[in-house]
Design a protein around this ligand. Structure first.
Ligand code: PAF
Length: 282
């Protein structure tokens, strides 16, 4: 595996594979890798002979009161894990390499509508930061296909919309969430959970499944969401939101909509967990 910390080395590697006529798959990450990320790498491997990954903790997607400084950093373990699953090129830039300008001056990419609802309403600027760094990474790697986890469902939708609106020549693939045996979605932030919080955490997914069952039994979205907010509070969470949306565009569902997703964000102590569950009303 080639580890590129500079754009020039990354570009040389990309150019080498392009000259050989090889397709390139790309998996952007913020490191602190777990089995969910490795699942993305194996999906990438199935889609192209060359797999490129990046590890960069993007300051633009954290606001001042968030966990940028505390975000887990495990570069050596990550490098070994990526090498072991056969990643070809790993891009690990420093801040200067990624953003030549100060955060305030850097050119931004905005996805209005999708980027400011749900998590975007609770984390202003977050999806602008994601769209900006993903655009820059796509421009540097120029992948044919890029892989994102469905755990970050809204992020996947924001990236899809951005690629469509800006005519970026990259196919976006969403991969199913990897879960612990008790249902908890794998996340780098799970390592923040104290033992008592870890024991409670699977209730988030169980509550989403409760929403699904209620909707299948005829509940309204509002009825199911209200039940879920109460259930999470009673279990010891501080929910930001639980919301039933259309899979296609994350708009609130209308009567004829069948392909739905319930998304939630909820705090356990100092850890903010997100999760979602797709379902069909058939
Ligand atoms: O999902 C993530 O890890 C990040 O949001 C991403 C896509 C790597 C952009 O920083």
């Amino acid at each position: 595996m080639i580890v590129a910390s500079t754009i020039s080395v990354l570009r040389e590697q990309v150019a080498r594979h392009r000259r050989a006529g090889e397709r390139i798959a790309f998996v952007p990450t913020m490191g602190s890798l777990h089995a969910g990320h490795l699942r993305l790498m194996s999906e990438a491997r199935q889609r192209a002979p060359v797999v490129t990954a990046s590890i960069y903790i993007n300051p633009l997607q954290f606001s001042a009161n968030e966990d940028f400084d505390a975000y887990p950093r495990t570069p050596e373990e990550d490098r070994v894990a990526l090498e072991s699953v056969g990643v070809d090129v790993l891009f690990m830039p420093g801040d200067r390499e990624m953003y030549a300008r100060s955060a305030a001056a850097v050119t931004r990419v905005e996805v209005p509508g999708l980027g400011d609802i749900l998590c975007g309403a609770f984390r202003p600027g977050h999806f602008q930061g994601v769209a900006t760094v993903v655009t820059r990474l796509f421009n540097l790697v120029q992948p044919d296909v890029a892989i994102f986890g469905k755990k970050d469902y809204q992020q996947l939708m924001v990236v899809r919309r951005m690629v469509e609106d800006l005519g970026m020549p990259v196919e976006i693939i969403g991969v199913e969430t990897v879960r612990e045996s008790d249902g908890l979605a794998l996340s780098s932030r799970n390592r923040y959970l104290a033992a008592s919080e870890r024991a409670l955490a699977p209730r988030l997914y169980k509550t989403l499944d409760g929403v699904r069952k209620r909707m299948l039994a005829g509940a309204t979205p509002l009825g199911a969401e209200t039940w879920a907010m109460e259930a999470l509070r009673a279990a010891g969470f501080r929910p930001d939101y639980v919301s039933v949306r259309r899979q296609a565009d994350l708009a609130p569902p209308e009567g004829a909509d069948r392909g739905l997703v319930v998304l939630a964000a909820a705090w356990l102590g100092k850890t903010r967990l997100i999760d979602n569950l797709e379902f069909h009303l058939d």
